[in-house]
Write a protein that binds this ligand. Structure first.
Ligand code: FAD
Length: 437
């Protein structure tokens, strides 16, 4: 996106710029070669913001209109929650050519491919090569790649995410950059075919899970025409967590009864940004997207958009010196970092809801009761939706949780759930006693 913005902004002040994008991926290919490993959920707000920038995502690229979600919690019936506000809807994309193993063929076009073509239409040159070397020539960064003569640039923007070994090139360039902390996520695409996807998942619903699985912060099933995208995020998702997730009765109940488990699907365990990189800028060099910062457990595409635009605005209107990035780019990145710290607190609190069934019961009851009130005052539904999709900053969500109405409803719902909780505990104890006897 930085290439697009550089050209777009430079044109506004009649500045002639040559912009080269190095991108080795062929986004028209299905499976890993064309994929940037992401669940592909984007908020409606981002789709609208892009439209305001003149980036209108065609229907083949973005499938809009997920406006309901089912919340599945361990041991409880799922609750469906309709999104009250169109602006809070989410849309879905495939970053590359789509998953491998789709017998009907993928009926989508690549989001990243679309953005690359858009940048090219603005006059950006695409060099389909991996950058293999970075060095300094006098005071300008020099870029090396296979099949091309080395070139010196006025500015190098690092936008290679966190899954690339090339981050080392920037760490060794001498501006004290250090890649951000990361963890591992899990993604898979489960092919069900158009009919079964529609029958078991519907097209306008996403399934979010708050399960009692340690280490799992967020889990979702996202239907995409003929496939179900499975996304698991946490501090370090491993095979055991993946197996526990697929074995959970709440997950199996979503799939057709004859579904044979994970089976032969397109899957990966990509790295996930968990914080701010050290020194994400220097003289004539700036890092954007995941390799600088992202939003904790959500909206990485939105974060990449914000940082790419801020870096391009700085470079075109202020300059490419370290001080320019310090004065304009740093506050943007720091704002996101501060918000992520609030997000950490929210996810910490969420772990109590994962572990304690009484709290879960209270939360689910509060959601069920909210169906009776006006859409605008469905506090818990909105808090959960925003936490998991990125439709609002974490600080805003956090403040909403301290609103007297929210606290009152949550406390009363939890107290109302107490008898049912105690009955359940007694039943469990009696069953255990029976087994011992
Ligand atoms: C499991 C999982 C699920 C996610 N789901 C979502 C989601 O639903 N919605 C969302 O908004 N975010 C999601 N994210 C986060 C999102 O994927 C990232 O935040 C986003 O992709 C960051 O964009 P980026 O451009 O910084 O990096 P990337 O998307 O990783 O792109 C980096 C690009 O750099 C290229 N590159 C790498 N090395 C070189 C090199 N040496 N030379 C030239 N090019 C190079 C790569 O080919 C690639 O195209 C998810 C992340 C994970 C791990």
């Amino acid at each position: 996106m930085s290439g697009f913005f550089l050209k777009e902004l430079a044109a506004r002040i009649n500045l002639k710029l040559t912009v080269n994008i190095f991108e080795p991926r062929d986004f028209s290919r299905t499976g890993p070669p064309g994929c940037n490993m992401c669940a592909g959920v984007v908020s409606e707000e981002l789709v609208q913001t892009l439209a305001a920038e003149g980036i209108n995502l065609p229907e083949m690229v973005v499938q809009r209109g997920i406006d309901t979600y089912f919340l599945h919690t361990s041991g409880l019936e799922p609750v469906d929650i309709a999104i009250p506000d169109v602006g809070m809807r989410i849309a879905t994309v495939y970053r590359g050519g789509g998953p491998r193993l789709s017998p009907e063929g993928v009926q989508w076009s690549s989001f990243d491919g679309f953005l690359l073509e858009l940048a090219k239409s603005k006059g950006v040159n695409h060099i389909p090569q991996r950058v293999t070397g970075l060095s300094w020539h006098k005071d300008r960064p020099r870029v090396s790649c296979k099949g091309h003569a080395d070139e010196d640039y006025d500015l190098v923007i690092g936008a290679m995410g966190v899954n690339s070994a090339s981050l080392k090139l920037f760490e060794e360039l001498g501006f004290s950059y250090q890649a951000p902390p990361v963890s591992k996520g899990y993604l898979s695409e489960i092919y069900l075919g158009v009919e079964k996807t529609r029958k078991y998942f519907g097209m306008g619903s996403m399934h979010i899970f708050l399960l009692e699985i340690p280490g799992l912060k967020f889990a979702a099933l996202i239907p995409k025409t003929e496939n179900i995208t499975v996304c698991l995020l946490g501090e370090d998702i491993n095979r055991e967590i993946v197996q526990q997730f697929f074995a959970a009765p709440e997950v199996r109940a979503c799939f057709p009864p004859d579904w044979d488990g994970i089976g032969d699907v397109c899957r990966c365990m990509p790295k996930l940004n968990l914080g701010l990189a050290k020194n994400p800028y220097g003289n004539r060099v700036v890092m954007v997207g995941d390799c600088a910062i992202s939003r904790l457990y959500k909206d990485g595409i939105g974060a990449a958009y914000i940082t790419a635009k801020a870096a391009a605005v700085t470079a075109v209107f202020l300059g490419v010196h370290r001080d320019d990035f310090h004065n304009y780019y740093r506050p943007v990145v720091q704002r996101m970092d501060r918000d992520n710290h609030v997000g950490e607190m929210i996810f910490y609190i969420t772990t109590f809801y994962q572990r304690l069934s009484l709290l879960r019961m209270g939360m689910v009851r509060m959601i069920a009761m909210e169906k009776r009130v006006s859409p605008q005052s469905r506090d818990m539904s909105r808090v959960l939706w925003d936490t998991f999709t990125g439709s609002a900053p974490y600080w805003e969500i956090f403040l909403r949780c301290f609103h007297p109405r929210f606290v009152y409803r949550l406390v009363t719902s939890t107290l109302y759930s107490l008898p049912r909780y105690l009955r359940g505990r007694m039943k469990n104890l009696q069953e255990k006693k029976g087994q011992v006897a």
